[in-house]
Ligand binder design. Structure first.
Ligand SMILES: [Zn+2]
Length: 201
């Protein structure tokens, strides 16, 4: 992770942009690494998207003993935090015997979605909540909160920004599909093949 963030992303992509006058937030690069490595961001993201597999067009395979050992070896302490959940993911792998894992009791707290980056607010201590444009919104981090509240506005630091992006509309999946039947959602997403089977099950 260190090499990917500092060498690939930071040194070969971000830093050269300084020559063109862009301001690079160096401290944020440090925090990006901190979130991924120390705050378990990658493990939280994997668990979240594995939870929602029926509405993805892909599904992470259940883990083998070898996988469990690999994760514990690479990330000591991983099994204590995530092992039990992935054991449940294995147990609930058989269609027809149980509901998809998102609808079974496996001690998982479904997270709020980040209004800006659309990944959920998975690191609890980093989550920001703010009433913006008359609506309560959640953000995964101070940076994402800043993007929506300060940067993507009609004016930034006193200058009008007519070409700036706007984070509006039905942004979160959870709002868009609220109270709808899962089968209808999967059909609408186009995940049913001509033979009536879904793409992954
Ligand atoms: Zn975010």
């Amino acid at each position: 992770w260190h090499r990917w963030i500092y060498d690939d992303y930071y040194r070969s992509y971000l830093v050269p942009l300084e020559k063109y006058g862009l301001k690079i937030p160096h401290d944020l690069v440090e925090e990006a690494w901190n979130r991924i490595y120390n705050k378990d961001y990658v493990h939280e993201v994997a668990q979240f998207f594995a939870t929602g597999w029926p509405v993805n067009y892909w599904r992470i395979d259940p883990m083998t003993d070898e996988d469990f050992e690999w994760f514990e070896f690479k990330y000591p302490g991983w099994y204590n935090k995530y092992g039990k959940w992935w054991e449940n993911y294995n147990r609930l792998r058989y269609p027809g015997k149980n509901k998809p894992i998102a609808f079974e009791d496996v001690d998982y707290q479904y997270p709020h979605r980040c209004w800006t980056c659309m990944v959920p607010a998975l690191i609890r201590e980093d989550m920001v909540t703010e009433k913006v444009d008359g609506q309560w919104r959640t953000y995964c981090s101070e940076t994402c909160a800043w993007t929506d509240i300060k940067a993507f506005r009609p004016e930034y630091e006193g200058r009008p920004t007519p070409n700036m992006g706007r984070l509006t509309g039905h942004r979160e999946w959870e709002t868009l599909h609220h109270n709808r039947d899962l089968a209808d959602i999967i059909k609408d997403l186009g995940y049913v093949r001509d033979d009536g089977k879904t793409l992954i099950a």
